[in-house]
Ligand binder design. Structure first.
Ligand SMILES: CCC(=O)Oc1c(C)cccc1C(=O)O
Ligand SMILES: [Ca+2]
Ligand SMILES: [Zn+2]
Length: 336
């Protein structure tokens, strides 16, 4: 989580807050009443959630860093969707905030850290983001910025297309979360090769340079290819089994790579189809509009192609470079 040092020691929120029925002495809480994001924690390994207070507003305790990271992540994700897409929060109306309100906090979009014990996972549970600390080998705490954005985008998807979390619609659900994970990281830190890696800041802390997934190279050929990280980047290679809800974290490589080619351009190593990049900003606009205006729960890969073409046409015109490159990006990965 050292990629979030900038948030360390800065005032996250200060002042006197009402806790439950009594007003507390002035303390500092990771609760941002402007963005309406707040961060809470489980007591180590228990199921008791509580608010985290600090007396001097310098959040540098070893058990405070995951709080800072999760809170910073949620704040940046809020800013990205508001500033870039004009979306207010996860549900579009500054929420959902019911969880915090029911747990003694003000109405806030909540992140919970320190879930379970050595938990190598992070998830959106329908009302809030939740992060494990990782086991220290496969994962460090899973509060890196692209993972926070991935999880919060599951929330955005739920309020928009609500893509069913299995088979092709589930792989689209996963892919849209990876795409906005990448775009939020790019928004905050600028574009780099890390933009297209997912989870690189917390995956295998003992190994540098690797990641959970790779949008630029789902096959992860960079380390000899066909490893445990080997995901397809062409429709002809799609997984058709039943594990992982029908391969939602596997087949996501196909639309992920389509987005990467649309943004950055390139020639697909298998189909040989060349794509002229349009830049990640326009590609992100097309992907957001497709999710919000054209995709539904049962949308499959062919439907996602059509949705992104409709979005590209509405945004840039049916004979625009953006539309043409959207066509070739899906053609490159064997869809449509
Ligand atoms: C990039 C974030 C991610 O994939 O989180 C998950 C992990 C680490 C395990 C299982 C599911 C997820 C998920 O959010 O899909
Ligand atoms: Ca990344
Ligand atoms: Zn996910």
């Amino acid at each position: 989580y050292d990629n979030l040092q900038t948030a360390q020691g800065t005032s996250l929120y200060s002042g006197t807050v009402t806790i439950g029925t009594s007003v507390s002495a002035s303390k500092y809480y990771p609760e941002d009443l402007t963005r309406k994001v707040g961060t809470f924690t489980y007591a180590n390994g228990t199921s008791t959630v509580y608010r985290i207070a600090d007396t001097d507003d310098v959040w540098n305790g070893s058990d405070q860093r995951v709080v800072v990271d999760a809170h910073f992540g949620a704040s940046m994700v809020y800013d990205y969707f508001k500033t870039v897409h004009g979306r207010n929060g996860i549900d579009g109306a500054g929420g959902p905030t019911a969880y915090a309100a029911a747990n003694g906090g003000a109405g806030l979009i909540s992140s919970i850290v320190r879930y379970s014990t050595a938990y190598n996972n992070a998830f959106w549970d329908g009302t809030k983001m939740t992060y494990g600390d990782g086991d220290g080998s496969t994962f460090a705490p899973l509060v890196s910025l692209d993972i926070a954005a991935h999880e919060m985008t599951h929330g955005v998807t739920q309020y928009e297309a609500n893509l069913t979390y299995q088979n092709e619609s589930g792989a689209l659900n996963e892919s849209w979360s990876d795409v906005f994970g990448a775009l939020v990281e790019r928004y905050v830190y600028g574009e780099s090769t890390d933009t297209w890696k997912i989870g690189e800041d917390c995956y295998t802390p003992g190994t540098s340079g690797d990641a959970l997934r790779y949008m630029d190279d789902p096959h992860d050929a960079s380390n000899g290819g066909y490893t445990s990280n080997d995901d397809p980047d062409h429709y002809s290679e799609r997984y058709t089994g039943t594990s992982d809800n029908g391969g939602v974290h596997i087949n996501s490589g196909i639309p992920n790579h389509a987005f990467y080619l649309l943004a950055k351009g390139g020639t697909h190593h298998l189909s040989g189809v060349a794509v002229t990049g349009i830049g990640a900003d326009d590609a992100g606009k097309i992907w957001y509009k497709a999710l919000a205006d054209y995709m539904t729960a049962s949308t499959n890969f062919a439907g996602a192609r059509q949705a992104t073409l409709s979005a590209a046409s509405a945004l840039f015109g049916g004979s625009s470079a953006q539309y043409t490159s959207t066509q070739s990006a899906w053609c490159a990965v064997g869809v449509g």
